[in-house]
Design a protein around this ligand. Sequence first.
Ligand SMILES: Cc1cc2nc3c(=O)[nH]c(=O)nc-3n(C[C@H](O)[C@H](O)[C@H](O)COP(=O)(O)OP(=O)(O)OC[C@H]3O[C@@H](n4cnc5c(N)ncnc54)[C@H](O)[C@@H]3O)c2cc1C
Length: 301
Amino acid sequence: MTDHCVDVLIIGGGVGGLTLAQWLTGLGRSWRIVEREAYLGGPLAHSQYVLKWIPGWPAVSGRDYMAAILAGIDTTHCELSCELTQIEIDGIEQAWRCQLSNGRTMLAKKLVFACGAAPVSPFAAAERVIVGPGLQKIAHLQTGDRVLVLGGGDNAAEHALILQEMGCSVVMLVRSQLRASAVLAQQLQAAQIDFRVHGDELPLNVSVSGIELFGEFYDYAAVYYGYQPSKAITDFPVLYGLDQQISRDVFILGDMTGPAYPNILLTQGQAAVVAKQIDHVLSGDGMRTRHCTDLALGEWS
Ligand SMILES: Cc1cc2nc3c(=O)[nH]c(=O)nc-3n(C[C@H](O)[C@H](O)[C@H](O)COP(=O)(O)OP(=O)(O)OC[C@H]3O[C@@H](n4cnc5c(N)ncnc54)[C@H](O)[C@@H]3O)c2cc1C
């Protein structure tokens, strides 16, 4: 049974998907979001980080920024705890027939993937292994916990500082050299973070009771090795590294397009561009549902 027919099915309800939805609403287009998690907003939804990279914006937390975006969204158009499981072309309807994991089927003229990025790690997340940034992930650590921070970029540096501030005993381990920006490198030095180089070998022994490395023991390992585009959609491996529009009917945006520098502004800009491209294509297709307010009187004849 087909429940809905929409102009655009958006897969991923983070910054990119939600911003796109807002633009599409403004352009008079119908949309539906499919979000894997039980909540909207992606990683920023619970982040207490104060965002510092949005020029002209007062410093707000990721959570606050996301709340402002969500305030403009009709969340009844969002399928939560849901994934796209299968798609096929419906030749008669000239649309994608999409099967969702909640049993619904949906017809969509355009698909947009906005699934974000996943942290890179050779170690799976576990009770003692924290993978990727996010304050909520380290919130349960306590004063005196010995934490091995793996990685030498900005995220690793920032978390090493935060963990030390929390009273943890931090050892920061990089393969060859620190790559964090100068301002963070200076802060690491000032905080006297224990900083070591491990070379090519990293014989980490993870057990339920702790972490062992080079004969030393830690309570937790926290891995900050960067991001890669989400590969959640196995049917679309070709998405990796491609441009925003991969066909007339399928688009990607946000961190999925190349998250070397994951960035809210870029993601929101891409969402605006994708919305306008879709509007343009749909107008050309003659598939737009026209509202009387869109039309000059003469066009009714
Ligand atoms: C802790 C932290 C702090 C940050 N701070 C800043 C900052 O200060 N300034 C800045 O510019 N950027 C910051 N970023 C980066 C910024 O959050 C990202 O660039 C931005 O969120 C990318 O938006 P997106 O929509 O591409 O992905 P996301 O916001 O990650 O959203 C992707 C969504 O897709 C969902 N999803 C994934 N796979 C599927 C699937 N198969 N089916 C359905 N849904 C799926 C996810 O659950 C998620 O909700 C930060 C990121 C983090 C993690």
